[in-house]
Design a protein around this ligand. Structure first.
Ligand SMILES: NC(=O)c1ccc[n+]([C@@H]2O[C@H](COP(=O)([O-])OP(=O)(O)OC[C@H]3O[C@@H](n4cnc5c(N)ncnc54)[C@H](OP(=O)(O)O)[C@@H]3O)[C@@H](O)[C@H]2O)c1
Length: 231
């Protein structure tokens, strides 16, 4: 059976992706900050993982190998993310800069590095990014640090596509979601699109990742329907 690791699987999109993959017959490992708080899903094994630390991703991958005998990962999804500052760049708080960068940008990179020995030809490394990080978007005032972090992580997926000839990479914009983060974004700038349920979006993301090939959408920023988004 194919094997996947998903970060930020405690709630929101990560939780629904874990459920969707488990129902599709995958072996699912979900990284969560607090394993005791998990709403369990049959077929999903939860592991403590803080994407903001220097060591957790390495420890998780060692745990998968040593405790569960995992020799290869077919898909890794860096889904965990935070939106903690509403500020424009002018007023952005230094501590929020650090936290946002640590979790949204450094975290996915450390996750990739830690997972790398378990990735094989045609494995897929996916980051859940956002159209907020596009240079050509209609720019909103505020939430600048979040947008900056998503631009950076989209860049990482694009560059990894070239650096790793055997790896399929994707940055996915999941659209505005009915999640804690989506509600926060909507409260801040109002809905620019209708918010989607994670139940609708997660199966589309699974299908999109399944169909992604090195010579099709690898390295691109795509929405959950698979449309390539410009930068
Ligand atoms: N919601 C949207 O409209 C939207 C739009 C575009 C992109 N996205 C992206 O989609 C992804 C999922 O968002 P969501 O809407 O599901 O957000 P959410 O409801 O806020 O859930 C985020 C998840 O990430 C976890 N998390 C936060 N910090 C973490 C860390 N340091 N290490 C590990 N896990 C951590 C949270 O755990 P705790 O609950 O324990 O804090 C939670 O399980 C994010 O990358 C987000 O940027 C969301």
């Amino acid at each position: 059976m194919p094997i996947i690791f998903i970060s930020g699987a405690l709630k929101g999109l990560g939780w629904m992706l874990a459920r969707t993959y488990a129902r599709a017959g995958w072996v699912v490992f979900g990284g969560v900050l607090y394993p005791d708080e998990v709403k369990p899903i049959p077929g999903v094994t939860y592991i403590k993982h803080d994407q903001g630390t220097l060591t957790d991703s390495l420890e998780v991958m060692a745990h998968l190998k040593n405790e569960y005998g995992v020799e290869k990962l077919d898909v890794v999804i860096a889904n965990a993310g935070v939106l903690i500052s509403e500020a424009s760049f002018r007023d952005a708080e230094p501590e929020a800069m650090d936290i946002t960068w640590r979790i949204n940008v450094r975290g996915p990179l450390l996750l990739f590095q830690a997972a790398h020995p378990l990735l094989h030809k045609d494995s897929k490394f996916v980051v859940i990014s956002s159209s907020r990080g596009r240079l050509g978007q209609h720019h909103y005032e505020g939430q600048a640090l979040y947008a900056q972090s998503k631009a950076a992580v989209t860049f990482m997926a694009a560059k990894l596509h070239y650096e790793e000839p055997d790896l399929i990479t994707l940055a996915i914009h999941p659209g505005l979601l009915k999640t804690e983060m989506g509600d926060k974004a909507t409260r801040f700038h109002g809905p620019d699109d209708p918010a989607h349920s994670t139940e609708d979006v997660a199966p589309k993301i699974l299908k999109l990742i399944e169909g992604a090939k090195k010579d099709t959408i690898s390295g691109q920023l795509v929405d959950y329907e698979g449309n390539v988004l410009s930068w």
